[in-house]
Each structure stands twice: as structure tokens, then as C-alpha cells.
Write a protein that binds this ligand. Sequence first.
Ligand code: SF4
Ligand code: SF4
Length: 437
Amino acid sequence: MEYVPNIIFAILLIASIGYFASNVKKLIRNIKLGHKVDANDHKPERWKNVVNIALGQSKLVKRPVSGFLHAIVYVGFIIINIEVLEIIIDGLFGTHRIGQELLPTSLYGFLIGSFEVLAVLVLVSVTIFWIRRNVIKVKRFFSTEMKGWPKSDGNIILYFEVVLMGLFLVMNATDTVFQTANSGNVISQFMAPWFSGFEIQTLHTIERVAWWLHIVGILIFLNYLYFSKHLHILLAFPNVYFGKVVPKGKLNNLEAVTAEVKLMMDPDADPYAAPPETAEDEVPAKFGASDVMDLSQVQLLNAYTCTECGRCTSECPANLTGKKLSPRKIMMDTRDRLEEVGKNIDANNGEFKDDGKQLLGDYITNEELWACTTCNACVEACPVSIDPLSIIIEMRRYLVMEQSAAPMELNNMMTNIENNGAPWPYNQMDRLNWKDE
Ligand code: SF4
Ligand code: SF4
């Protein structure tokens, strides 16, 4: 009987980690549905981005209020979770505050004291976040794509954090051994008097309940991540590493098409020149993207990493002028479609069965795609180096090259370029007429 709690703890821990691992496997399988991209270039710059953007949150703090609060929650949450290590050892081996036994009192006190201060800072930050979302109603959290689950998800995580931090402090305040040692109880010592009338046995029960709820809450949180925008806690790092390191305005032209255009524009070009040799230069089986499988693995990783913060949409000139486009929705749609494809594969023994749907049309409309000015503001604004524009371009490429479905204005312009070598409807011979006027 003595070991029953430890056995229950071990089963819970293994089941939670196992379920999380199975979801991570699914996530990687889904991302691998995209085509591979070579990201072996610019390694020092990529690592620098990871340190500055993902770890240092340098783009996030460009909006100081939310950036600063997010940094507190991020640092607090990560650091406080170091304490989970002690909980796991205690839970598995039946010890009580193993750190207090093994570490010098002052060091243990310093660690737990810091965690307690951070827990309070996290509570304050999370409360401000909740007020911004639900009382002030910051505009970027209330566009059409933020209804239903995305809206609830944003709040659920805040409640989660309040509960976890609260349980951590209650656990410390009711732990008589910890309070008696009087080291590190910088915040909980002020909460301890709330429980002063309780019997020792009752205090012990409250402490145990808070301890169990705290660790169970953390394990639920771990498994909740896969279903939440908070997956970015883990994915922001690889996503920033694989982010764009070439100049932001540079588009990934198709080499085969570029060669054709150069041939067309250059009267001296040799039409019998050797065909492209590298795999990259070969004419692709399909131009652009109509579904998630046509996108790259980095674009699919982008979709899973999106934090739904809406900074991209709040800077998008198309969105700001009332067009239907929202770069955040582009990312959310891509992720939703990818999840749908993943579930389809799971239900059909590892094979994708045509479901008559695709990203283009069923999730993202032509109207959204053509509203984009390709200004790159969304890419610049994204705190985790997501590139919604690249997906828009790939889908437009599909519309133009596979379906000849560009808007009339564009078709006219492209015809003019083809016939006149310029976007205007004037014959090349008439170009210098203006000087005779
Ligand atoms: S690139 Fe397109 S989607 Fe991005 S901000 Fe500019 S107009 Fe909006
Ligand atoms: S793409 Fe980036 S900026 Fe836009 S909502 Fe997602 S995380 Fe935020």
C-alpha cells in the first residue's frame, strides 16, 4: 500500500509522456507531407536568429507592453517548471522535497524563492492578458477567424496558468516542513497565515491535493499543447531556425520558368542551349500549391507554429483597407487543412484517401489570395519568423500556371509583357513617341 501513490504517479507520467510522444510523431509525419527544403545554408545566421528571435524574443518586444508581459510569462513558466524535476523525483521515489535534502539550504531557498516571485509575476501578467482579451477587447483578437476554438484556446491557457501558479503557491504555503525551514518562502509565508487554524493533518492533505493537482495540471498542459496555438512554445525554435534568411522581398522563382522568361526577353539567347541540369531546375510536376502537400515542410512547420497573435493581420494593408485577406487566417487554414489530411491518413491505414477537398477553395479563396500586395509587412511583423506571403505566392502560382485563373487585370498585364515587353498596351515601336510631342 505504501507504494501505491508512486505506482499511480509512474503510470500517469508514462501515459502522459507516451500520449505526447505519439502526437509529436503525428506532427512530424504531417510536416513531412510537405516537400523538403534545403536549409543547410547560412547556419551562423540561423543560430543567431534562434538566440535573438526565439530565445531573446527580440521581435516580440517591438510592441513593448505585450512583449514585456509575454517575456515574463515565458521566462516564469519555463523556470518554474524546473521545479517539476523535483516533483517527478518525489513522485517516483516517495521522497518529500528531495531538493531540500540534497541542496544547501540557501541554494534551495534561493531557487524556490525565485520561483515564487516569478509565479506572482506570471499571475499578474496573465491577469493583464486576460483583461486585454476580455475587457479591453484588443481588436486583433476579434477578427472572424478568432471565433470558436481559437478564442477559447486563448483564454483556456490563461486559466491554466493561473491555476498552476496558484497551486504551486498553495502547495508551498501549506507545507509545514518547507515553512518551518523558512528559506525560500518569500511569497508563501504571507499565504501561510490563511491556513493557520487548520490541523496539521488537514494542512498535509491540502498540500498533497495541491501537489497532485499541480503535477496532473502540468501533464494535461503538456498534452493540451498539440491541440493549441501554444504549440509555439516548442516549435518557435525550429521554426525560427528554418525561417527565411535571404532578403525578405526575394521570391523563390521557379528556375525553369525564369529560364523561359529570360529566353523570351533576350533576343541574343540561344534557344538550343542545354536544358537545366539540377533537380531544382527541372520543370515541376505541378506549378504552385493547391493543397498542403504541395507546400514545403517549412511552410507546414510555420502553420503549426502560428501563435494566432494577429500581429501580421494588424499590419496587413489589404486587411486594414477592408479586403478579405488576413495572413493569420492563411496560417490557421493551412494548419486546419493539414490536420484534416493527417486525420484522413490515420483513418485510412497510413494512406491519404481523396476527400474531394483542398486548401485552395475549401479553406482559402481566390479573393483572399489576390488581395495581397506582396508588401511583406506580415513577414516583418511575425514574432516567430512565419512567412504567410510564401503560401499566398505558391497558391497564386497554381492559379496562374495551372488554371490560368488570374484576375482580368493581371492577364492583360501579362499579355502586354508577352507581346510588348512591358506592362502597358503600347507597341514597342511606339515607345519613344513621347519625345516627338
Ligand atoms: S504581404 Fe500580403 S498578406 Fe502580407 S501584409 Fe502584405 S498584403 Fe498582407
Ligand atoms: S503568422 Fe506570425 S504574426 Fe501572424 S498570427 Fe501567426 S504568429 Fe502571429
